[in-house]
Design a protein around this ligand. Structure first.
Ligand code: SF4
Ligand code: SF4
Ligand code: SF4
Length: 250
């Protein structure tokens, strides 16, 4: 089952220590932004009197990885869905496919890469908690084995049924996710999608391609892509100021 995060919206005070710790851990430039961007991988917003974190959910069967033609995104056995900027060809299919609308693009860079939470994959591999969980002083973000987190979430709900809706968000959504949330307010009122099927979205590269208005045919894209990916990989590798998008940042 791997590792995961349990986010308890009833405990979050909205201090933003998690967002700041993420910036520092991943050497993301600039201040924490209002919305997720390629440089802000987690935000905290108030909804219905609760503070709600937003970040990659680290799906068990990630659609972003299923649609990526060059396997730049992958689910690791530890739990994190990681990203390899040097493989990425910049097609942005992952951004179109993600059911949670998480991956963002570096629109301001000449050779952009995608940015999203990587669940501190390097730290997790070394047996450490994610930086955001370590920074949270209020028990609102907890790192641990996914099975232990499910048990913990069920225990909190059972012990204080008046304080929680009887649901663990992420247990079944989009096929289940390594990041899970519990709350006193129904999740759809917290800006989270409530209608996601329990099966992982069976989206594949060709389905995303066919949604692109100027689709010129898979083979045209493929042949052009072979040439283009090669040039892009060289550019990404050379980008001296490239501090973002690496798989292991710890
Ligand atoms: S939430 Fe989106 S970006 Fe994150 S693993 Fe799932 S599909 Fe990929
Ligand atoms: S798990 Fe790591 S990369 Fe993801 S939001 Fe937390 S600190 Fe950032
Ligand atoms: S550090 Fe903890 S309490 Fe502070 S905003 Fe993040 S999750 Fe909420």
């Amino acid at each position: 089952m791997g590792m995961g995060l349990l986010i308890d919206a009833t405990r979050c005070i909205g201090c933003g220590a998690c967002s700041s710790a993420c910036k520092e851990q991943n050497k993301l430039p600039g201040q924490v932004e209002e919305v997720l961007t390629a440089y802000t991988w987690t935000t905290v917003h108030e909804h219905e009197g609760l503070n709600v974190r937003r970040l990659c959910m680290h799906c068990e069967v990630p659609t972003c990885a299923s649609v990526c033609p060059v396997a730049a995104l992958k689910k690791t056995p530890d739990g994190p869905v990681v990203y390899d900027a040097e493989r990425c060809m910049g097609c942005r299919y992952c951004m179109m496919a993600c059911p949670f609308e998480i991956p963002k693009y570096q629109w301001d860079r000449p050779v952009p890469v995608v940015g999203k939470c990587i669940m501190c994959a390097g730290r997790v591999k070394d047996g450490k908690p994610t930086a955001c969980a370590e920074a949270c002083q209020y028990g609102a973000t907890t790192f641990g084995k996914k099975e232990d987190l499910i048990w913990e979430a069920r225990t909190r709900i059972r012990q204080k049924p008046g304080d929680y809706v009887n649901q663990i968000y992420g247990l079944t959504e989009a096929g289940g996710t390594s990041v899970m949330m519990i709350s006193s307010v129904p999740f759809e009122k917290l800006g989270l999608k409530s209608n996601l099927p329990a099966d992982p979205p069976a989206m594949r590269t060709w389905q995303v391609l066919s949604n692109i208005p100027d689709f010129v045919g898979v083979w045209g894209v493929f042949l052009y892509g072979v040439h283009w990916i090669t040039a892009r990989r060289e550019a990404v590798a050379k980008a001296a100021n490239h501090t973002n998008g690496r798989e292991d940042r710890s």
